[in-house]
Design a binder for this molecule. Structure first.
Ligand code: FAD
Length: 526
């Protein structure tokens, strides 16, 4: 009987345990192997899916098709809902087992996996799901989670399989593009998909770009180069988390060896790779939250914050604010530049993501759900398990994190002091003198005339006033946070989701208690 590998967000041949185990099983039984990717309408028609996601996946699948063919295998794609496609293939091929990675995705993938599980039980099909990274299924307690993460990351990586026995007669829809699926073609200038690109990205980061990671990551000007840019490759599994972690550790060892041998080493590398390593673990730490509580894609993590912003979000004023924020027309140049750059490239660095999310929540008083869905569509790296918990954190609905209300003007002065990024993405501010660029509405009439930029005509007035919005948001949140039952629930949230002290690993050990401080909201950030 044949075996079937169901490829989901794991579009690679390296360190792909389900693929290796399926190849071995099909070799033992002398049967064939179907390597299946399903174009599910629940995915490509979802509000959080953009043409750029389909293009990226198409690039990944194009490469995977070649890699499987070189090994004697074959990529089979079909369009349809998972149960329908699996039933179709079961009749055609008669497989008895499905191999796949576990998936922690959006609500529709959760429901679909339940349906597939039921279908497997009814048909007597064995579904072997294997962990994809550090997320633990059916986790009872967060205690000891970091140690398990370390163990998984240091387990042996699976070599790419050889001798794959593909079934040439099974029909495949081929690699499809946006148009084939009725999805609008994206004009974004995004990163290219595929395993080769993923490894090239890691290699350039670890060899050169990463040296200035700590200093360069927060500015949208330097972040594009200084950050790893691994996110879409991790989101679509073009590289496994384990291989990313191991490559980073190998680089640390090489640098240490060089230093011990008396060779010149830029000391910034050690701090850079320590910070980067911590973020690789955060990836799984955040995804674990959604795995444990799938409802937090839709509902506030802390129910004490329910109803907080509903009225504004549902009002006409709220809809207008959402439109201005989405289009980059809020009258705050740093927010507008970030939104416009994201719409054009599909990426933003962490600090700027946090700023635009917090601006929508605190200044515009919008519920995080519509703003999160909007950016889910426009981030090439959309990963539900990071995205929704991060949005909640930046909106103050977790009950366990510091309220960080960013001042867009301060962020511009700190992260784009010469105004290069702002002028690039908001060209109508080209002639505005630097001293007014963060807050152009403060220009006098004569400065507006001289700069060729009339506020309210060429560039919008601020949608809200920062100092007023800031004061109001703090006051509203403070009332809720003081309530005893809210504090009680916050303790329960921390028990379920808070990060614990990390095990001491020289490569990735964090400063003492830092992550717990962050979780409890004791660390400050402007
Ligand atoms: C509102 C908001 C939404 C976000 N949505 C997503 C998302 O949908 N997908 C996504 O991958 N990241 C998301 N992030 C986290 C972070 O901003 C991105 O991972 C990062 O900017 C991607 O660029 P990079 O790969 O160069 O990151 P690097 O700084 O090089 O980090 C390496 C990897 O570590 C992980 N990582 C980095 N920062 C974080 C973090 N704060 N929390 C969890 N994991 C992290 C990512 O997998 C990233 O690829 C979001 C952050 C915020 C504030």
């Amino acid at each position: 009987m044949s075996e079937l590998v169901w490829l989901k967000r794991d579009l690679r041949v390296r360190d792909h345990e389900p693929l290796v185990r399926a190849v071995n099983a099909s070799r033992d039984s002398k049967a064939g192997l179907v390597c299946l990717f399903i174009y599910e309408p629940e995915w490509f028609a979802a509000v959080e899916t953009d043409g750029s996601h389909l293009r990226f996946v198409g690039e990944c699948l194009g490469e995977l098709e070649g890699e499987l063919a070189r090994r004697g295998g074959r990529l089979v794609t079909r369009v349809g809902s998972a149960v329908t496609v699996l039933e179709e293939l079961r009749r055609e091929v008669g497989f008895i087992r499905i191999w796949s990675h576990e998936e922690t995705g959006s609500g529709w993938t959760y429901r679909r996996d339940m349906d597939v599980g039921k279908w497997c039980r009814e048909r007597g099909v064995d579904w072997c799901e294997i962990p994809q990274h550090g997320v633990v299924r059916r986790l009872r307690s967060r205690n000891g989670w970091a140690e398990r993460w370390e163990q998984r990351m240091h387990a042996r990586a699976a070599a790419p399989p050889e001798g794959v026995r593909g079934l040439p007669w099974v029909r495949s829809a081929g690699v499809l593009r946006e148009r084939d699926l009725g999805v609008e073609v994206s004009q974004k200038d995004c990163q290219r998909g595929g395993e080769t690109e993923a490894w090239r990205t890691v290699a350039t980061f670890l060899a050169e770009r990463g040296v200035d990671y700590r200093k360069g990551m927060s500015s949208p000007l330097t972040g594009g180069d200084a950050c790893s840019r691994l996110s879409p490759y991790l989101a679509w599994g073009c590289i496994s988390m384990r291989e990313a972690v191991l490559a980073t550790e190998a680089r640390v060892l090489t640098l240490r060896g060089d230093r011990e041998a008396g060779r010149e080493v830029d000391s910034r590398w050690f701090g850079a790779l320590k910070s980067f390593g911590a973020r690789l673990r955060w990836h799984c730490h955040f995804m674990q939250k959604l795995e444990d509580e799938p409802r937090l894609e839709f509902e506030n993590l802390h129910r004490g914050y329910d109803g907080l912003r509903d009225e504004m979000t549902a009002s006409e004023e709220g809809r207008n604010r959402l439109a201005l924020w989405s289009e980059g027309r809020t009258g705050y140049p740093m927010v507008d530049a970030c939104m416009r750059s994201c719409l054009a490239t599909g990426w933003l660095n962490f600090r700027m993501r946090a700023m635009v999310a917090s601006f929508a929540a605190y200044h515009l008083w919008l519920h995080w759900r519509p703003t999160a869905l909007f950016l889910a569509r426009h981030f090439l790296d959309f990963e539900a398990g990071i995205h929704f918990p991060q949005f909640q954190m930046q909106s103050g609905t977790t009950g366990i994190n510091t309220l960080r209300i960013y001042s867009p003007a301060k962020q511009m002065r700190d992260q784009d002091p010469e105004g290069v990024f702002v002028r690039r993405w908001v060209p109508e501010l080209e002639g505005v003198p630097l001293e007014y660029l963060a807050e152009p509405h403060l220009m006098t009439e004569s400065v507006q005339r001289r700069s060729g930029c009339w506020i309210g005509t060429d560039y919008p007035r601020p949608v809200v006033e920062h100092s007023v919005a800031y004061r109001e948001a703090r006051a509203r949140l403070a009332v809720i946070r003081r309530a005893a039952e809210v504090r009680e629930e916050a303790r329960a949230v921390y028990e379920r989701h808070g990060s614990r002290k990390q095990p001491a690993r020289p490569e990735f050990a964090q400063r003492k208690g830092k992550s717990r401080q962050m979780e409890l909201g004791l660390a400050s950030e402007a």
